[in-house]
Ligand binder design. Structure first.
Ligand SMILES: Cc1ncc(COP(=O)(O)O)c(C=O)c1O
Length: 415
């Protein structure tokens, strides 16, 4: 059995060496942005120091090195999510851009229906709401239960033969709930609909096998996976990517552009180039490949287990704390390593986050987490919001205990 040295993992993250107001950093905001290990920073620095040129075009040494490193990074990411080929992986700026590519470029029959949920991050729903406005499509919303789980019967009722696409958050950034993706995909495919899985919160914390889940598209936030900021990924089955309309066009998307009879006629390249117009974030992609290597070297199952144990430590204590109300199911097997909550003696979640940061250097996120609909559904005005602590591979028991100690102090001060 492999035993991970979590102390050594922690040492890989330079930002954790900082102290704020004399306190060691307790970073519990990885669901927003993960910290970066030395290995990712180094890989990007090598690019900037050794061959900071553009890929795909220049045939000089630097150009070839960039092209090779860029292609290798894509292969690493394809392996990480078990895509059947690297061409199915498109680099984007973030998960939001990945979802927008699908929402804008997928050919969707007029009058058809897109199914999504009340638990989506705004990035998983709004691109489709806009597409629906533009093209006269219908949107049907499957409502999450108050604990963030779903009744599979609701999916069966919502997805019908007029449904063209299902956009579903695989793991919620508010409740941490993981949906039964395989079942949803089966229902959708049976009825002729495609599925886009928002894996922004799933991919960093669980083993993601896009072939096993059989999703048509998956959107990833590489920056939540220890990768560089400004990096995301769109996975799409090749047949879909090939048949989609162009998203951004211009340099690097074409094999040739002819000029005939006064007309400019493009001959577009296949995916992935089709969707990667202009010079790219080469350092970002190389850093993303290094992040995939880094997470794989530890093992996603190990990471999942570690986070569950930290979450369980936090939940056990939070459940017994007066005035604290937790969002999400009690079934830890259905959760990713985060917990959002309200405290009824404190006016708003921002007050919680400010106290924790200023007094204990405990960094949590506060607000509605770009998931206003679910907050409204739960009767929590976004202006009050929820505080959210999220755990990752570099957190430890001491982080959890400091967070709990800070909360107890806040509750005592505010009661
Ligand atoms: C569930 C979920 N989907 C989508 C996004 C958007 O990700 P990005 O910031 O990479 O666009 C986030 C970001 O927090 C998220 O949590």
């Amino acid at each position: 059995m492999k035993l991970t040295d979590w102390k050594r993992v922690r040492d890989d993250f330079p930002a954790l060496r900082r102290r704020i107001n004399g306190n060691p950093v307790v970073y519990l905001d990885s669901a927003c942005m993960a910290l970066k290990p030395r290995q990712v920073i180094d890989a990007m620095n090598v690019y900037y120091e050794q061959y900071p040129a553009c890929g795909g075009r220049s045939i000089h040494t630097f150009g070839k090195e960039v092209s090779e490193a860029y292609a290798l990074a894509r292969e690493k990411m394809a392996r990480f999510i078990n895509a059947s080929r690297a061409e199915e992986c498109i680099w984007t700026r973030n998960a939001t851009e990945a979802i927008n590519i699908v929402a804008r470029s997928l050919k969707i029959p007029k009058g058809s229906k897109i199914v999504t949920t009340s638990l989506e991050h705004h990035s998983g729903s709004l691109p489709f709401v806009e597409r629906a406005h533009r093209d006269g499509l219908r949107i049907e919303v499957v409502e999450a239960r108050p604990d963030g789980t779903f009744d599979i019967e609701d999916w069966k009722a919502a997805i019908d033969s007029t449904t063209s696409l299902v956009s579903v958050v695989h793991s919620s950034n508010v409740t941490g709930t993981v949906v039964s993706l395989r079942e949803i995909v089966e229902i959708a495919h049976d009825r002729g609909a495609l599925v886009l899985s928002d894996d922004a919160q799933y991919a960093p914390h669980h083993p993601l096998d896009v072939q096993a889940f059989d999703v048509d598209f998956s959107a990833l936030s590489v920056h939540k996976m220890c990768g560089p900021s400004g990096m995301g990924l769109l996975y799409g089955k090749l047949e879909h990517l090939e048949s989609m309309d162009m998203f951004l066009t211009g340099g690097d998307t074409v094999a040739d552009v002819r000029f005939e009879d006064g007309r400019i006629i493009p001959e577009y390249l296949p995916p992935p180039e089709k969707f990667e117009a202009g010079l790219q974030n080469y350092a970002g992609a190389i850093g993303a490949g290094a992040a995939a290597d880094y997470l794989s070297s530890i093992g996603m199952k190990e990471i999942e287990k570690r986070e569950r144990s930290l979450l369980s430590r936090a939940l056990d204590a939070l459940k017994n704390m007066n005035h604290v109300h937790i969002l999400g199911t009690d079934d830890i097997r259905l959760r990713t390593g985060l917990v959002a909550f309200t405290i009824d003696t404190v006016g708003s979640a921002h007050d919680v986050a400010t106290f924790l940061n200023d007094e204990y250097a405990v960094m949590v996120r506060s607000g509605a987490h770009c998931a206003n609909p679910f907050h409204y559904q739960r009767g929590i005005p976004p202006s009050k919001g929820t505080a959210r602590a999220s755990f990752y591979l570099y957190n430890n028991e001491h982080d959890v205990d400091t967070f709990l100690e800070a909360l107890r102090a806040l509750i005592e001060a505010s009661s």
